[in-house]
Write a protein that binds this ligand. Structure first.
Ligand SMILES: [Zn+2]
Length: 367
């Protein structure tokens, strides 16, 4: 009887001990609901992010020493401050956010991780701007984020810096993810970056934002969209989480066997050249049976030359002699664009615009 009692007390204490030891992880799928994130090559960031996050969760749910919290499990909009609050209230040990990168150019590809920290590097700042831009979609954002303006690097300098220890742990976890992507998935390693991202800054535990790859790069967008790609990414992230947990909690976990598959990359669609038919030609110039159908599947671009609060007539004399100007009204101002077409074409137009004096002109995707 005594033996049974001791055994009973022992097992009860074991249960409470193991409960105490649970590693709390917050899995955060970027964007959602009215905020789709990046949309390129037929992929939507919020969908890929959620898919990968749910897969990571499924892999971790098999381990009883994980306590998992999701910021969202469906297609809903969650303000950044709520994501941080979820993580803080949960007293998470680690905050992992999954996103997809995007660029105005179709060339960049590769994976990167962002850990909380301050960096004035412009390239990083551009990413922070897009990931933080969602703030503008929230009402009263000025009040809620206490003057935090994602478009102004200066306002970010005042943000509190995470305790150094958390930062080092974030870097430690990020490096596991990064090397897994590189070594197991053969992804291009764009490295770890310190970044003042609002969602990470407002959480008090180690936090890492993972940019899986670039949706703006056709081949990489196929990889991210594929079953194999999503499975591969989530396995590496889940494995990294387990390894990180083992390191922090001084435990040893038998990690699931990796099942890395190469995705079947679809053949890229060959974009046929645009046949330009002059406006005043009434007769169709294509008379034989090799009719070129509308095969322009890739994104179209245009060159943004200026932004003004003044509405200008779209005449060449108002634009240093440039014709083919279009305008878009945005937040009480006007964005002026020169030309439209493929990236190749727009590069030429950009050079032309710069020659005409629009030194800070740049290429944007045409919607
Ligand atoms: Zn994102």
């Amino acid at each position: 009887m005594k033996k049974i009692l001791i055994l009973l007390i022992f097992s009860i204490s074991m249960i409470s001990f193991s409960q105490e030891k649970k590693f709390k992880i917050v899995l955060d799928a970027g964007h959602g609901g009215k905020d789709p994130g990046a949309q390129k090559n037929g992929c939507i960031e919020k969908e890929i992010a959620l898919d990968v996050i749910l897969r990571i969760g499924k892999l971790l749910e098999k381990y009883p020493d994980f306590d998992i919290k999701y910021t969202r499990t469906t297609d809903v909009f969650i303000p950044l401050k709520d994501r941080a609050k979820i993580a803080n209230d949960f007293e998470a040990d680690l905050f992992v956010s999954v996103h997809c990168n995007s660029s105005v150019s179709a060339t960049p590809y590769g994976s990167m991780t962002l850990v909380m920290g301050l960096s004035r590097s412009n390239m990083n700042f551009e990413i922070a701007k897009t990931e933080n831009a969602v703030i503008f979609q929230e009402e009263d954002y000025k009040k809620t984020y206490q003057g935090f303006d994602p478009n102004n690097p200066q306002t970010q300098i005042g943000l509190k810096i995470l305790q150094e220890e958390s930062l080092l742990q974030s870097i430690d976890f990020a490096s596991k993810v990064q090397s897994g992507f590189k070594n197991n998935l053969k992804r291009k390693d764009l490295g770890m970056h310190q970044q003042p991202l609002w969602v990470l800054d407002a959480t008090v535990m180690p936090g890492v934002l993972i940019e899986l790859g670039f949706l703006s790069n056709y081949a990489e967008s196929r990889y991210m969209k594929s079953e194999e790609g999503k499975s591969n990414y989530s396995q590496i992230i889940a494995k990294s989480i387990i390894e990180y947990k083992d390191q922090i909690k001084e435990t040893t976990t038998e990690i699931f066997p990796l099942d890395i598959k190469e995705p079947k990359i679809e053949e890229p669609v060959i974009v046929k050249p645009i046949v330009e038919v002059s406006k005043d030609s009434t007769a169709t110039t294509i008379t034989n049976d090799t009719v070129i159908k509308d095969t322009i599947v890739g994104p179209k671009y245009k060159v943004q030359i200026s932004f003004s609060t003044k509405k200008l007539e779209l005449l060449p004399e108002n634009f240093n002699g440039l014709s083919n100007i279009t305008v878009a009204e945005i937040n009480g101002g006007y964005k002026y664009y020169y030309g439209e077409g493929s990236m190749e074409n727009c590069k030429k137009l950009l050079a032309e615009a710069k020659l005409k004096g629009y030194k800070s002109a740049f290429i944007v995707e045409s919607k």
